[in-house]
Ligand binder design. Sequence first.
Ligand code: TXA
Ligand code: MG
Length: 331
Amino acid sequence: MSATIEAPTRVAIARAADRLRAGELVAFPTETVYGLGADASRPDAVRRIFAAKGRPADHPVIVHLHDTTRIADWARAMPVGAERLAAAFWPGPLTLILPRAARVADVVTGGQDSVGLRVPSHPVARALLAVFGGGIAAPSANRFGRISPTTARHVADDLGDAVATILDGGACDVGIESTIVSFAGDAPVLLRPGAIGILDLSRVLGRAPRAPDAAAPRASGTLATHYAPRTPATLVATDALYAEIGQLLDRDEEIAVLARSVARPADFAGAWIKAPDAASPYAHDLYANLRALDAANADAILIEAVPDDVAWLAVRDRLSRATRGEDDDRD
Ligand code: TXA
Ligand code: MG
């Protein structure tokens, strides 16, 4: 099979919905990253996602809904905090982990008693959900172990032989995966930081969500594993970057650099990307930048550290996991 990247015309979206009804996979854009979708009510279809990605079968997938009118089909309870977050941030880059409804298949929840739900805002995702009518189970449309895709081309590069249809919605606005808040326990827990920040969540909840502890439901980042980019990546403090580059070049290593505030030295011959110096545009470009630096086939990628403040929390999370080889977004 080889994937067709399709413009998201009304006809293409109707055909994609038919494919979902037939139990096939469709890759589609969301405002965060591209998703690899299947009919969430069909275990056989959801299983195809795991096969295509090479992802372990016990990892739960998020169910995408057009709106909350039939949320009771998926979640048996909606705590008041979840209700508030949904009202404030849906449609948008937020996933809520809620107690599952009885009919939700184990392959969707990874056998847990909870289910992840998200109402995305991307117009192509919304059009597909509207025409399809049901829930679409979709993890990020990357092979397990790779960076999440933020363009249709990234999906084709990664999964081109495993998915027939990729709806092209351009580059994703947000660029990193959704914020995940769990309501599976007594108090809300921030399982994955994202574009909806901790201050936004706290304002709406009236208190800060907790950090995950050992009792939190299993989510991201709990397995140590390799990370993609395949090139080993290291975070380097801004004021140490020139010295580090100098040392590696002295050892004849080829390096690729993701800088933010530091200028490229005149004599530097390797791949050098100057990323935006504000958190949202930095996140928007992050995965495309890492893919581009990986493609340089250097011996090492050096990433200039990002600021310590709360605006950069989600970016710091992705970078630190990446450089520790513990990337949760390999999912
Ligand atoms: O932005 C996003 O969330 C994208 C787009 C496509 O919507 N999706 C995405 O899915 O990032 P995925 O599968 O790559 O990451 C979802 C994470 C996984 O780490 C999974 O373990 C966690 O959400 N998750 C899903 N359901 C869960 C549940 N019931 N309990 C705990 N964690 C859950
Ligand atoms: Mg993922």
